[in-house]
Design a protein around this ligand. Structure first.
Ligand SMILES: [Zn+2]
Ligand SMILES: [Zn+2]
Length: 178
């Protein structure tokens, strides 16, 4: 049996091919084996682009059905292991609780209708265009956001679920700032 890059193994990032050593048995990755063998697949192995396509479809669906942003949909899907049915079940059972758990706020808790906005981290004054917020509306300047998110990313996988820098705020920071 040949171990090649085209056999459907998920290769998340290049350079990880040898993660499990070179002597790994590639048999489980073959989908076109004759079915009379005892080792029939109980799952489907997806190519990376298939996974991205599935993710896009799921994000689109959740965002449409729940009327929330794509960034918020991603946060929900991450929380519920990419199960759209679980997301929708939980949401329509107790939207309030899900919003609280995942950090999806209904409306901004901060009103930004002034010309000068104080960044919550460096306390400098900024024009609205130089400020970014997530759904809660807590304002931070671009420099502080960049520093905050960079620190989170350096901190490891927890960066998938970054929340607003305001300690008392649980609003999730998705893949898009407002
Ligand atoms: Zn700042
Ligand atoms: Zn906040």
């Amino acid at each position: 049996m040949d171990y090649s890059d085209d056999d459907g193994m998920l290769d998340i990032e290049s350079g990880e091919d040898n993660l499990y050593g070179d002597d790994v048995d590639p048999g489980f990755a073959e989908e076109d084996n004759d079915n009379d063998s005892a080792s029939q697949l109980s799952y489907v192995i997806l190519k990376e682009e298939d996974i991205h396509e599935h993710q896009r479809t799921d994000i689109e669906q959740v965002s449409t059905v729940l009327s929330i942003s794509q960034a918020e949909s991603i946060a929900l899907l991450l929380h519920y292991q990419w199960s759209t049915s679980k997301v929708e079940d939980e949401w329509f059972t107790d939207e309030e609780r899900v919003r609280k758990t995942v950090g999806i706020v209904k409306e901004p808790v901060v009103d930004l209708n002034h010309t000068n906005i104080i960044c919550g981290i460096c306390f400098e004054s900024y024009f609205q265009k130089d400020i970014a917020t997530v759904s809660c509306g807590h304002p931070y300047c671009m420099t502080c956001w960049t520093g905050y998110i960079t620190a989170k990313i350096t901190g490891g996988p927890g960066c998938l679920m970054v929340t607003c820098p305001e300690p008392s705020c649980s609003a999730v920071v998705g893949n898009g700032l407002l």
